[in-house]
Every structure is written in structure tokens, then in C-alpha cells.
Design a protein. Structure first.
Length: 198
């Protein structure tokens, strides 16, 4: 008997939150903010309620800047941003929700996805794509990808290009002094340097 293994479409890092509402805040393009209960599955439309008993409403993500969710003891912030796509990083994709890791002159964000096998649902694979964006940039740049193998290859290829205005930092990445696991350290170092230049 032949088994054909197919994979579900990549799920956002918040798939496990689906149908769960969390205390949180939505921030609109005009800066207006609303606090209430937000469905943890973030897509093109956000489900929002002002209270437990209130009727839910749909908010178009295209009208939002960010969403913050209180998940247990952690406040998670997500930005709705466009990204450069593909290895060449020339085309700009539609906006998507990215979780904020480190904010500053350059803000580090991540998109986590999971692929599951359709036969037994026991086979899973996780992927993390890391992006950076500075104020005024039209889209976030892809600077690292983590999928279990050759994680440093992407980081060494893309991160030095993004941080090229700080040559010493770019060189530390190229020379393998910094690896993909040091992403937050790299962004913090860059932001500290950028602040000193103002």
C-alpha cells in the first residue's frame, strides 16, 4: 500500500492560540488604541471583543499597526508589516503579523511556522524567519532563517548586508564571531551604536 504524505499549509506561530481570547490592545493606523479581548489567531482579520459577554467584531488587519496580547505572564507584541521576499530581497510581499523580539532603531521580529504530516499528525517541523526593519523602510528585511540545518548560512549571508552601515558589526557576523543564536545581541549592539550616532 502506498502512502502519500502531504503537508498542511504553514501555520502561524499563534496557531495554538486559535479560538482562545487574550487580554490585549489593538493599535490603529491613526494611533488610536482599544483594549479588550483578542482572538490569538492573527490573520487578515482580527476577532475583537470589548468584554467576555460582548458581541465579537471583526477588525481588518490592514487598518492596524500592532496587536499586543497578554499570554500568561508575558506581553507579546505583533506588528503588521510588509516584508521583502525571496533570496534576492527585491520584491515586497503583502503585510503579515510578525512577533516583536527587540525594539530600537532596528526592530527584530520573527515569524514562526509549523508543518505537520497529514497521516498521523505526529510528524512536525518548525521554521523561524527573522526580519529587521528601521523606521521609514518600506518593508522588513529577512536576515535569518532557522529550520534545524545550516541555520548560520542564511544569517551570515543576509545579516551583514542589513547592518552594513556598522562595518565592525557586519564583520563580526561574517567572521562567525556572532552566530544566528546571537540575533538579539546583534540587534542590541546595533541599536546602541545607532543611538550613539545621533
Amino acid at each position: 500500500m502506498k502512502y502519500i504524505v502531504t503537508f498542511f499549509i504553514l501555520f502561524n506561530s499563534l496557531t495554538s492560540f486559535a479560538d482562545d481570547y487574550y487580554k490585549g490592545t489593538v493599535v490603529y493606523l491613526d494611533g488610536k488604541a482599544r483594549t479588550g479581548l483578542i482572538d490569538g489567531y492573527l490573520s487578515d482579520v482580527i476577532s475583537f471583543k470589548t468584554s467576555e459577554k460582548a458581541q465579537g467584531e471583526k477588525i481588518q488587519s490592514s487598518g492596524l499597526i500592532s496587536v499586543s496580547l497578554q499570554v500568561k505572564d508575558e506581553l507579546r507584541e505583533f506588528w503588521y508589516v510588509k516584508t521583502y521576499s525571496g533570496w534576492g530581497q527585491k520584491k515586497i510581499s503583502d503585510p503579515m503579523w510578525l512577533r516583536v523580539i527587540e525594539k530600537g532603531t532596528a526592530t527584530l521580529m520573527v515569524n514562526n511556522t509549523t508543518m505537520r504530516g497529514s497521516i498521523s499528525n505526529t510528524t512536525t517541523a518548525g521554521f523561524s524567519d527573522y526580519y529587521c526593519i528601521r523606521k521609514g523602510e518600506p518593508a522588513a528585511k529577512w536576515i535569518s532563517a532557522v529550520s534545524g540545518a545550516n541555520n548560520n548560512q542564511m544569517f551570515r549571508a543576509k545579516a551583514p548586508l542589513y547592518f552594513a552601515d556598522y562595518p565592525e558589526l557586519a564583520e563580526k557576523i561574517k567572521s562567525k564571531e556572532y552566530k544566528w543564536k546571537d540575533l538579539e545581541i546583534v540587534v542590541k549592539e546595533y541599536n546602541k551604536w545607532a543611538l550613539s550616532k545621533k
